[in-house]
Write a protein that binds this ligand. Structure first.
Ligand code: HEM
Length: 209
């Protein structure tokens, strides 16, 4: 099957079949709905903040960051690391509900099976981390006896204070952060490869314009 050019892409507005295959795609590629494309890029933007602040806090710790930027800014970094992490959790729930309740664009039959399998495996692992990392952060924060901040609110910690548990949860949080770096690198690298090298329209399935 030949690859589609960008011009052959169609929107999924017409995609009303329960299986999600767009009957109008021909051998072109259908796009994700605008709502999903928006959620994808908002998630990507927030993830830059999450990984950036996460690695900063992980490498330097509270005292190290405070010595660099002062106590007030450090507290803001913690607060908005927690807040946007919880937003990530909300976005992934919205995304999964939409994924399984709304028509989906046709699968990428034009890609080799091996690439489809690798892409699917990366997507599943990204979803697991998008859920797991906020949960680990939330519970690790609560177990450490710290507030689970969401903007000006403090959400319920859900578990009792337990320093050892907190340490374990944040160790997992740290490894999860690095797993994220690797998987996001693969995911973004593949997207850019399709966009700039193969120019086969795959990137247009998820791009905003
Ligand atoms: C996608 C979501 C998230 C990502 C990618 C992420 C990433 C990271 C990374 C890489 C670290 C450094 C490792 C560490 O010190 O444990 C970190 C630290 C931290 N994260 Fe997250 N995080 C996320 C969500 C959350 C949430 C939802 C909370 C709390 C509600 C949270 C609370 C914290 C705290 C308090 C630290 C500092 C731990 C310490 O200083 O020992 N994180 N995060």
């Amino acid at each position: 099957m030949t690859m589609a050019s960008d011009d052959t892409l169609t929107d999924t507005k017409e995609d009303n079949s329960p299986g999600g295959d767009n009957p109008n795609t021909g051998d072109g590629l259908s796009r994700h709905p605008l709502f999903i494309r928006l959620v994808h890029w908002i998630t990507a933007l927030i993830m830059v903040w999450m990984i950036g602040t996460g690695l900063l806090l992980g490498f330097f710790g509270f005292v190290g960051v405070r010595d660099m930027v002062g106590g007030d800014v450090t507290n803001l970094i913690y607060k908005y690391h927690k807040t946007f992490g919880i937003i990530i959790l909300g976005l992934v729930v919205i995304r999964l509900v939409t994924k399984y309740t709304r028509p989906r664009p046709a699968e990428l039959a034009s890609l080799p099976r091996s690439q489809q399998l690798i892409a699917s495996a990366v997507h599943v692992m990204l979803y697991l981390l998008l859920i797991g990392m906020p949960v680990l952060g939330w519970l690790g924060t609560a177990a450490g006896g710290f507030p689970v901040e969401f903007f000006q609110m403090t959400l319920p910690g859900l578990i009792d204070k337990d320093r050892d548990l907190s340490q374990l949860l944040f160790t997992l949080h740290w490894y999860g952060g690095w797993a994220f770096v690797v998987l996001i690198g693969m995911h973004a690298g593949a997207g850019l490869f399709h966009r700039f090298i193969k120019r086969d329209g795959v990137f247009r399935r998820i791009s905003l314009p």
